[in-house]
Structure formats: C-alpha cells, structure tokens
Design a protein around this ligand. Structure first.
Ligand SMILES: [Zn+2]
Length: 88
C-alpha cells in the first residue's frame, strides 16, 4: 500500500501554512476534504471524490421554487490518484 495521500498532504500543508495570514499555529487543521475511514483494513489512504448536485425543485403546481437546491454525494476511489496503486 502506497503512502502518497499522506506524503502529498504533508507537502501541501507546508506550502499552505507559509501562505496563511497571521494565525495561532495550534489552531491550524489541513486535511483531505474527502478522506474516509473504513471500519476494516487500511485506514490511511481512502478518499472519496465529491459529486455536487444542484437543481431547482418544482412545487406541486409546477411553479419553481425561488432558490436552487444544493446537495451532494461522493464516490470512493479504488486507486491512488497519485501513483495508481489499488487501494486495499
Ligand atoms: Zn499512491
């Protein structure tokens, strides 16, 4: 099992921290947004790809609601996006 997700995040964290405005270093939290933790097996490197869903819902009389409805879901990735190794 590769360690690309952790290695890449570490590099990104170093760059991001340098560019942050004045802040409390103890408060910084930079993580993969799509990271999931599986109950069994390897817990380090599984991520999901988010899917945005937007639509304008219709009322019972077919007139549209004023606001767009935004929701979403996500899909687990089976292979490392950096090196292509299959996730366990
Ligand atoms: Zn990898």
């Amino acid at each position: 099992m590769c360690n690309c997700m952790n290695d890449t995040l570490e590099i990104a964290q170093q760059h991001i921290k340098k560019d942050l405005p004045k802040h409390d270093p103890a408060s910084v939290k930079i993580e993969w947004a799509g990271k999931i933790f599986r109950l069994e097996g390897n817990q380090n490197n599984n991520v999901v790809l988010p899917i945005d869903i937007r639509y304008r819902a219709l009322k019972n009389d077919d007139t549209p609601y004023k606001n767009i409805t935004r929701t979403g879901t996500s899909m687990a990735m089976n292979y490392c996006p950096f090196c292509g190794e299959k996730f366990e």
